[in-house]
Design a protein around this ligand. Structure first.
Ligand code: IPM
Ligand code: MG
Length: 358
């Protein structure tokens, strides 16, 4: 198989973990006889520094003509004081929109060997945790009209939450199809007791559910869902929700696995084209110190192989390599526990260990 991949290392720990993706692809290519051509481009803070734009047009062009995109992380303290429309994060939002990546799949999986990193009581997670947040990614309040106006109490700012039936329908289909491959349960999360947009959301999700009679559906208000996630997370299989609630709940879901440094994600378009990225973000506090966990990035490569390229065996192989390095007790600082037999390793060593297992 010949594939062209655009790699956006980005900011903070992005470039360090991106090395893990490069080396994994090299090894998988050799082992299974594929040719992965990687083009590395700039986006985010580093692009602002280099050319004054968070998303240079060459970067977008490269993504558009590639078979998939891999992204490290974007953003950092250095650019925190830029105005909203000039921040590094705009690159991410533009990429999502321009590439029509309306579906974010954010799995939260408790790795067997990391169960002690979970911040919840053992009895709450007994039997394991394996849920998938399906977040709508190109609509809602992130992309609604925004602005300022004058009010009696002074300047006011607004951001509009708007969802069309079509937007809800297509993300609901993604959630139900994913549920069919899992435990066949969807929890749709909204705020239908208050928001009109949520009432439409609920109505459309209920309609779509009729096409998936084998999948059970329930609805939760977002405040309750946030609570249930820490109180009894094992009730969830697929969580289907909008852009803003999905942003919040996917962080919560990832942290209850105790391993935000471990979690990959996929952002998909209707055609299956995808941009894959670790969930953890740019972590500027540990950048350039060889401390970052490359596993989320490497597992994002596995998701790319599985979902966009249909390379199941190759994806399994990458995931197994990560699991066996964990089993051997190697840990980057984020998942390392002192006073145990675990072996503390840096980013580079972790990448080497994983690629050696491939
Ligand atoms: C995420 C991030 C982004 C988001 C930020 C960096 C714009 O938090 O991917 O979850 O809010 O979508
Ligand atoms: Mg987020």
């Amino acid at each position: 198989m010949n594939k062209k991949i655009t790699l956006i290392p980005g900011d903070g720990i992005g470039p360090e973990v991106a090395q893990g993706a490069v080396q994994t692809l090299k090894k998988v290519g050799e082992k299974f006889g594929h040719n992965f051509g990687i083009e590395t481009v700039l986006a985010g803070g580093c692009a602002i520094d280099a050319c004054g734009q968070a998303l240079p047009s060459e970067t977008l062009e490269s993504c558009k003509v590639s078979d998939a995109v891999l992204l490290g992380a974007i953003g950092g303290w250095k650019w925190d004081n830029l105005p909203g429309d000039k921040r590094p994060e705009t690159a991410l939002l533009q990429l999502r929109k321009e590439l029509s990546l309306f579906a974010a799949l954010r799995p939260a999986l408790l790795f067997e060997d990391l169960a002690d990193a979970c911040p919840l009581k053992p009895e709450i997670i007994e039997g394991g945790l394996d849920l998938l947040v399906v977040r709508e990614l190109t609509g809602g309040i992130y992309y609604g009209e925004r602005g300022y106006k004058e009010t009696a109490l002074g300047k006011a700012a607004y951001d509009i939450e708007l969802y069309s039936e079509g937007e809800v329908r297509r993300i609901a289909h993604v959630a139900f199809s994913m549920a069919m491959k899992r435990k066949r349960h969807v929890t749709s999360v909204d705020k239908a007791n208050v928001l009109e947009s949520s009432r439409l959301w609920r109505e459309v999700v209920t309609q779509v559910s009729k096409e998936y009679p084998e999948v059970t559906l329930n609805h939760l208000y977002v405040d309750n869902a946030a609570m249930q996630l820490v109180r009894s997370p094992r009730q969830f299989d697929v969580i289907l929700t909008g852009n803003l609630f999905g942003d919040i709940l996917s962080d919560e879901a990832s942290v209850i696995t105790g391993s935000i440094g471990m979690l990959p994600s996929a952002n998909l378009s209707e055609s299956g084209f995808g941009m894959y990225e670790p969930v953890h973000g740019s972590a500027p506090d540990i950048a350039d110190q060889d401390k970052a966990n490359p596993m989320a990035m490497i597992l994002s490569v596995a998701m790319m192989l599985r979902y966009t390229f249909g390379l199941t065996q190759e994806a399994d192989c990458v995931e197994n390599a990560v699991k066996s390095v964990l089993k051997l007790g190697y840990r980057t600082p984020d998942i390392y526990k002192e006073g145990t037999s675990q072996k503390l390793v840096g980013t580079k060593e972790s990448i080497r260990l994983i690629t050696d297992k491939l």
